[in-house]
Design a protein around this ligand. Structure first.
Ligand SMILES: Cc1ncc(COP(=O)(O)O)c(C=O)c1O
Length: 399
């Protein structure tokens, strides 16, 4: 293994990129591009690694994992995760809940956390028995209470602290700036009063404060958990604490994988003398590095001092590089020997921000060649748009 991203299921062999035991160039030739390929085994490995870390921290039987399906809702992928029996679901819209149930998940294994729900949304959700609802505003508590007084609910809280890869503000849901997510300490008493009006019992406290965090952010993670337990301590009815998702994976050679043992130890320390069950709801950590996006180079041309490598899909089918500045490392399906040169990889959309990767040293790339982007398994296909009517792509789950 020579490149930072290489691992058992993703590596070069004799100059050919191998993914999930297949030659990526063969996949591109057989199925065309742009195409997303997901490795079913890697998805399960990622979940199992979380279980191992939590068990290793002494939390066996005290936690549940809910896959955040907003990361990737491709039906075969959800069905595969469901059949593993290792995860439930975190859903954020009525459509997601129904889709998850369609893929085999029981409503009892779905945790629902959304924002700015309409009455129509709430009515649709209210018909689903067993769903675990987390309300993120006083309005949601009141309107959910009106629809079904006497139920158990969760409350999403906002600790006014955020966490993300390199503390990237675009990936934070809480922090210095006031956000729409969850109920702040200052309004918590009022929220409890609204819940009382409808005889709702608060059995869960939920927080999710940002995405993509890695080992350098674990001190902040510790402080956030500590802060949020204040909310739990105001009540004696809380049986579950949902600590959200946000666990990240490396995007560049400079990122190290998240120290999961340390992450789990922080949870174990906080919950050692607490009776609650811990829920986590990662999306990225489970799905992101299980996916590759296969593209075809169609244009290689120097303009002024820059060598542009143009490919057959743009930022609209994988928004993270353009939206959040998260680099998707480009890897040729066939590695040519010879000198590398610095290129800028760009898509086929008429927008200035349609840049996959600016200034990266790559081996020679030729028109017609397959180029892959790694880390395309989460928040790519699920966020894709048909901008410029270039929203077409295929998806495959490799088992
Ligand atoms: C409430 C909630 N939970 C979980 C997640 C999953 O986050 P990640 O994919 O970073 O683990 C999100 C992502 O936006 C979220 O909003």
């Amino acid at each position: 293994m020579t490149e930072w991203w290489e691992r058992d299921d993703l590596h070069y062999r004799d100059g050919a990129l191998i993914f999930a035991g297949r030659k990526v160039d063969d996949l591109a030739r057989q199925f065309g591009t742009p195409s997303f390929f997901y490795n079913g085994r890697r998805l399960i490995d990622n979940v199992e690694r979380l279980h191992t870390a939590l068990d290793g921290a002494g939390l066996t039987g005290r936690y549940r994992i809910k896959y955040a399906m907003k990361a990737n809702r491709f039906m075969p992928l959800l069905t595969h995760l469901c059949q593993s029996g290792l995860v439930g679901i975190d859903a954020c819209s009525p459509g997601e809940v129904e889709h998850a149930i369609g893929c085999g998940f029981a409503a009892e294994n779905i945790s629902f956390t959304a924002t700015n729900l309409s009455n129509r949304d709430l009515q649709r959700l209210s018909r689903i028995d067993g769903l675990s609802m987390n309300c993120d505003s006083l309005s949601a508590i009141r309107r959910w209470g009106e629809l079904g007084p006497g139920r158990n609910i969760g409350i999403r809280v906002n600790p006014a602290m955020g966490i993300s890869r390199a503390q990237n503000e675009k990936l934070q849901y809480s922090g210095v700036n006031t956000t729409k997510f969850g109920i702040y300490r200052e309004q918590f008493r009022e929220a409890l009063a609204v819940a009382r009006d409808y005889n709702l019992t608060i059995t869960k406290i939920h927080f999710h404060t940002g995405c993509g965090y890695l080992t350098p952010q674990l001190e902040i993670w510790n402080a956030i958990v500590d802060n949020c337990l204040w909310f739990v301590d105001q009540l004696d009815t809380v049986t579950v604490v949902n600590v959200g998702g946000g666990l990240g994976v490396p995007h560049t050679a400079l990122d190290n994988p998240l120290d999961l043992n340390r992450w789990a130890a922080i949870l174990a320390e906080h919950f050692r003398h607490r009776p609650q069950t811990i829920e986590i709801e990662p999306g990225d950590y489970i799905a992101k590095d299980s996916g590759l996006l296969l593209l075809t180079v169609n244009t290689v041309e120097q303009k002024m001092e820059t060598i542009f490598v143009g490919v057959d899909a743009g930022f609209n089918i994988a928004l993270e590089p353009a939206n959040y500045g998260l680099p998707f490392h480009p890897v040729p399906a066939l590695r040519e020997e010879g000198e590398s040169r610095t290129v800028t990889i760009v898509g086929n959309i008429n927008e200035a921000l349609d840049v996959w990767y600016a200034g990266i040293a790559m081996p020679q790339l030729k028109e017609g060649q397959c180029l892959t982007l790694i880390n395309a398994g989460a928040y790519s296909s699920s966020m894709a748009s048909n901008h410029c009517m270039r929203g077409e792509f295929k998806e495959f789950l490799l088992l």
